[in-house]
Design a protein around this ligand. Sequence first.
Ligand code: MN
Length: 293
Amino acid sequence: MPLDEYWRKRDFSKTPEPSGRGGSRRPAAADRLFFCVQKHLASHLHYDFRLEHKGVLLSWAVPKGPSLDPKTKRLAMQTEDHPLDYGTFEGVIPSGYGAGIVMLWDQGTWTPQVDDVEAALKKGDLKFTLDGYKLKGSWVLVRTGGRYGSRGGGDARSWLLIKHRDEWAGELDITEFAPRSVKSDGDFEDILAADNPDVWESHRPAEGGEAGTMLRTIIERASRLRASRDAAAPASRPKAAASSANAAKRPAAGARKTRAAAPATTTARRTKTTARVKKAAPPRAKRARRSRS
Ligand code: MN
């Protein structure tokens, strides 16, 4: 069973992650294959790259996230297959395996550039195109280690995720440029604030290092977001007083967070995200320059 490892690692009485048991719905249209990238702040920050194949999501953890620059090859460690309905999951894993915050960073459909995906995976060379909000065009996953790896030896789970040269390639740092969720338009602190930041007062998933520092900041911001929302909540409170109280409490950096708190339809949010990504002119501009030369 392809999901055995996924199930073995998790206690579904303690994690909000989908169990994938019983009728998992396909997030993509019937004739398209789904893909997603989940930004996951756990013991380390990484990006989980997932491709739908034969009823599950093949998964790779990409520590630095995808790069649009064909010269920048990104390490992708293959991890256990995930159930299809994991593909739209976003939320807080309070404890246990993968404890941390999961953000749906990109989603869309993928198309293999080979007839036989199974053979390509076995060979360790899978070419495909992506049609997401942030990632588009032609890509390849190449296995670097293990029995079928070109260098022999090494870890069989070790692959590289590489962008092919096309109109969607460029030097833009997409993880910096478009850091937020395509589902909620929120950042990590918004996702945590929607849950319960207090969960981690004493038991943080990442204690030390870069991820620990990042998480500490996020917990503080989420707590402030929660406090300001709770303060603004009572209907009896005059609006002006509430907002000036918030303004006094909230540091300047928190200002951009209010946008995510405002009600908006999913479509509007998606359009916003897409519109922002479309401003990613550099790849297109680059193509124009190239084709002229
Ligand atoms: Mn992960």
